[in-house]
Design a protein around this ligand. Structure first.
Ligand SMILES: O=c1[nH]c(=O)c2[nH]c(=O)[nH]c2[nH]1
Length: 334
């Protein structure tokens, strides 16, 4: 049979399984200099989960309408929700691994499980008291800012155990504006060029960052000390954006990638999808006060994709290119 885009020939499952678990185990991470984040209470451990399975024996459900081997997607939803109650870990990746492994154990005819989860972020509110402001711990504010996500593929192994065959973690919809300190000039000027060169633009980017660990256990086990929180990745990206004079988004994401791989030695790969939402200038900034007026840019929007592996970093070609550019561009101080 022809393979689908993700390599599977068939699958079915349930999406938008909204899973609001309260009082999951707290997460503590190893702090990094670029981030004040040190962990998460997980008082609300909420996710939008997508779950799907595949197996050769499911072919007859497609070809003959034979439902003998079909676990109803409604039952999958129940399985996820009930296992959310029993999960005793602290990470999204760990939760996915726990559910996927339990499902393979429960249904021996299923060979593959694919799961993704978008974290639904809730932030504790601060309440005033005698000693100042403290976390409420009871009232939370739903956040519509960036969110963490993870995906995991698990297969039944040769010895009937489950093995992780793919995993990724990420942060989506980070939206950052730097009001000064970004340029874009020196690009090809020809008959098609109308964009003026900019030596100080208000750079607004939408950013998705994804990463993969060398050892998936570091992602799954929140108590390993090697877990990388999406908040830390976000804060490091913000730190780099703040610190460098960027000549382009391409350069910016590469610098963030380099910084991530040097800060988190447990990561094997980082990748970026960026979108350029630079504000359109209406009134140029006043050089004395900085006051300017901008409006929303109109479509179409530019985008960039970039991935960096630890092997890239160690390759001679890459090091040569970096050495050349370090001498001509500002770099981030660690
Ligand atoms: O950072 C940028 N990279 C580009 O490739 C590009 N192209 C463009 O029109 N504006 C920008 N900005």
């Amino acid at each position: 049979m022809m393979k689908l885009r993700d390599g599977r020939t068939l699958y079915y499952g349930k999406g938008d399984v909204l899973t609001y678990r309260t009082y999951a185990a707290p997460l503590a991470v190893t702090p990094i200099p670029e981030s004040p984040y040190c962990g998460e209470t997980n008082i609300i451990f909420a996710h939008n989960v997508t779950f799907s399975v595949s197996s050769e024996v499911l072919l007859s459900s497609f070809s003959e309408g034979d439902n003998t081997h079909v676990v109803a997607t409604d039952s999958m939803k129940n399985f996820i929700l009930r296992h959310a109650a029993a999960y005793d870990g602290s990470t999204t990746e760990g939760f996915l691994a726990y559910v996927a492994e339990a499902f393979l154990a429960q249904y021996p005819h299923i060979t593959d499980v694919e799961m993704t989860a978008d974290r639904i972020p809730f932030q504790s509110i601060q309440v005033g008291g005698d000693g100042g402001f403290n976390e409420s711990g009871l009232v939370f504010r739903r956040s519509h800012n960036e969110h963490a996500h993870a995906s995991l593929g698990m297969k039944r192994g040769a010895d009937a155990g489950a093995v992780v065959v793919s995993h990724a973690s990420g942060i989506a919809d980070l939206q950052l504006i730097k009001v000064s300190g970004s340029s874009f000039y020196g690009f090809i000027r020809d008959d098609y060029t109308t964009l003026p060169e900019s030596y100080d633009r208000p750079l607004f980017i939408f950013l998705n960052i994804n990463w993969r660990y060398s050892k998936v256990t570091d992602a799954i086990d929140g108590s390993s000390g090697a877990y990388v929180a999406a908040e830390q990745v976000r804060d490091l990206a913000q730190h780099v954006f703040h610190s460098i004079q960027s000549p382009s988004i391409q350069y910016l994401v590469c610098q963030i990638g380099l910084q991530l791989l040097s800060r988190f030695l447990q990561l094997e790969e980082v990748s970026f999808e960026s979108n350029n939402r630079t504000w359109e200038t209406i009134v140029d900034r006043d050089s004395a006060t900085g006051a300017g007026v901008y409006t929303e840019p109109r479509p179409p929007f530019g985008f960039q994709g970039f991935s960096l592996t630890r092997a890239d970093l160690e390759s001679a070609d890459f090091q040569k290119a970096m050495a050349a550019q370090i001498s001509e561009k500002s770099v981030v101080s660690p």
